[in-house]
Design a protein around this ligand. Structure first.
Ligand code: SAM
Length: 336
């Protein structure tokens, strides 16, 4: 009976896959990723295989839930990363289990945030320390801002988001997870990220550019196929925007500061090509080797082979259904 129900719900979900998007991905990704696209594809089109990580909120720690998750076979994300703050606790399910999301209640901090575990890698790659000035350039709905605050107490955190509706969502996320005294070091702005460099030049020790991108998982399930076709057509414009956002972020970074660029697409044009373009056109920017993350995290994540040492691409696999997530790390040279 259960198997029949599962098959029925899988058929229902399968119907919602947007054909235009899948055809485009088949064409592009089989060229870019070869045979591994078939495995990745199987995961992406089967939401029943997706996994959800549970990031604990250190400001309202769920001790009871921790015991429960142990009993349900969850385990913590490997703490053997080169940089892994003790204050960050994230539990991963071995199977495609999904905890219910908590409801927003004014005045009550939420205890956990559900996320794709690969979303933590860009945050960890920033190696945050207490007191630093940090910019989250494309911040809504706020998952990575919340994760940043699990790692350290920044001296100043600017969460920026261009879309005014999503800014509301961002504010609500921050209010739901972060206690008032810390909220005071966080500012929310609504700038076009491309203007941030001129607005706040050489201000930040660390910058995260979690860029608008093709968002492979959600595009595959677009309910409006006309809109999806339109997006596919305009997809070629994304790398231009991504390079502009990166250039602005670099301006906002102080000399010696670190920047992490991330996307949740497999698309080479929005990942490696964007980073190559920035590296080849700005002699102040140096790649930072992050291959150590791939070596120490291979138990939890699968990475695509890469010829860029400053970047990683997490690809979904059964039992490690995290990603897609591209992460690149750059450093702005100190002035001599
Ligand atoms: N970092 C977020 C998180 O972890 O919850 C997800 C960010 S999402 C991948 C990219 C965000 O960039 C979207 O909310 C989108 O509205 C925003 N965005 C799009 N164009 C932008 C721009 N020109 N400047 C700043 N943000 C922009």
């Amino acid at each position: 009976m259960l198997t029949r129900l599962k098959a029925k719900s899988e058929r229902k979900l399968a119907k919602q896959i947007c054909r235009v998007v899948l055809d485009q991905f088949d064409k592009q990704y089989s060229k870019e990723l070869g045979d591994s696209w078939n495995t990745i594809r199987d995961i992406l089109i089967s939401p029943s295989l997706w996994q959800y990580a549970v990031l604990f909120n250190r400001f309202n720690y769920p001790f009871e839930l921790e015991k429960d998750l142990y009993l349900r076979g969850y385990r913590t994300l490997q703490g053997s990363l080169p940089y892994y703050p003790k204050s960050m606790k994230c539990y991963l399910s071995r199977t495609p289990d999904r905890m219910p999301s908590e409801r927003h209640q004014t005045g009550n901090l939420k205890k956990y945030y559900l996320l794709n575990a690969a979303s933590l890698l860009p945050v960890l790659a920033l190696e945050l320390s207490d007191g630093e000035a940090v910019l989250d350039l494309c911040a809504a709905p706020g998952g990575k801002s919340v994760a940043l605050l699990q790692c350290a107490y920044p001296g100043y955190l600017l969460c920026n988001e261009y879309d005014s509706l999503r800014v509301r969502w961002l504010r609500q996320t921050l209010e739901s997870f972060i206690p008032q005294p810390l909220i005071n070091v966080i500012k929310v702005s609504e700038l076009d990220g491309r203007a941030m460099g001129d607005a706040q030049p050489e201000t930040f020790d660390k910058v995260l550019v979690d860029a608008p991108c093709s968002n492979d998982r959600s595009w595959l399930f677009s309910s409006d196929s006309q809109k999806a076709a339109c997006r596919i057509q305009q997809r070629n414009n994304l790398p231009v925007l991504q390079v502009e956002l990166l250039r602005s972020a670099i301006k906002a970074l102080r000399p010696g500061g670190l920047l992490v660029y991330s996307t949740c697409t497999l698309s080479k044009a929005e990942n490696q090509d964007v980073i190559s373009e920035v590296l080849s056109s700005d002699s102040n920017i140096m790649p930072v080797d992050i291959s150590g993350i791939a070596r120490t995290c291979s138990q939890d994540f699968t990475f695509a082979p890469s010829n860029q040492k400053c970047s990683l691409l997490v690809i979904p696999e059964k039992g490690k259904a995290w990603g897609p997530m591209y992460i690149a790390k750059l450093k702005k040279q100190k002035k001599s």
